[in-house]
Design a protein around this ligand. Sequence first.
Ligand code: SF4
Length: 337
Amino acid sequence: MPPSTSKPRVLSGVQPSGNLHIGNYLGALKNWVKIQYDFESIFCIVDLHAVSGKYEHESLAQRTREMAIGLLAAGIDPDSAILFVQSHVPEHSELQWLLNTVTPLGELERMTQFKDKAQRFESVPAGLLNYPVLMAADILLYRADLVPVGDDQIQHLELAREIARRWNAEFGRGEDFFPEPQPILTEAKRITGLDGQAKMSKSLGNTIGLLDSPETIWQKLRPAKTDPARVTRHDPGNPEVCNIYHLHKYFSPPETVVRVVDACRGAKWGCLDCKRELADNMIRTLTPIRERALSLQQDPGRVDQILGDGAATARRLAGETMREVRARMGFLAPMRD
Ligand code: SF4
């Protein structure tokens, strides 16, 4: 169990999308691994969020465990951070219901993500509308000070702050019981997929998996898009328009990055040479992660134990908050709590 600390508390969630890819790793996860030592960190696999629209229920449990394995393999340390599955702490749903009572419908209807996603449904599920209230509950349940957010979640965090303000005004007894969570603004990293066009995304099939084997990594990198001006190896290229160059910046040493620019602009090597060097450096970085994941896959009991310990700690923290919330909202306390 992570030690309790006086550091600011951070809450972050990830959907159980199954195996992680390098876009997830570079875009968010690497930052989680770093911040877990700087803050009191609570990381939650948000399976309740994953069911707010259409989803594959047959694979949900498997994807949840795969996500946990990916997070642990990538460096989330259960001795430093609390890692658990959202549905294992029922207080998330309870607080969401209570927060619904102070959330204006109009605010939910004007959320950009709701408007985008609602268009895909003939009959819009209410869960899609209430998704940001659950997100507010996730954060406020642990009275988190900070939340790492991407651009697409800023509006939801603003709403969580608004909900905290409204609840405090109504039930706070003159106190800010719920702190207004602040964003941790991290450098926005938009990792482009191997098609060289769209953001790396599992649904677009343009990813390299965090746990891909060395052979698979090379098979995927070989045909990846490069600067179209490089028709033959004698044509000079512009690395700035090539995703392979940008991936070198994440996986290769600085001197290699400089050499890539020179060799590309001067047509001193072919794109396959450039990709081979990237593949070698990528494999070097990802191999320890893959090996840790393979070992955890052999030992699902250990993964479940870590998630169980994380949920027990989370439930203790959530229980403290909910006792106070129920009392302040006027509920009769049960005889035994
Ligand atoms: S040499 Fe490298 S950076 Fe230049 S276009 Fe080819 S793959 Fe891209």
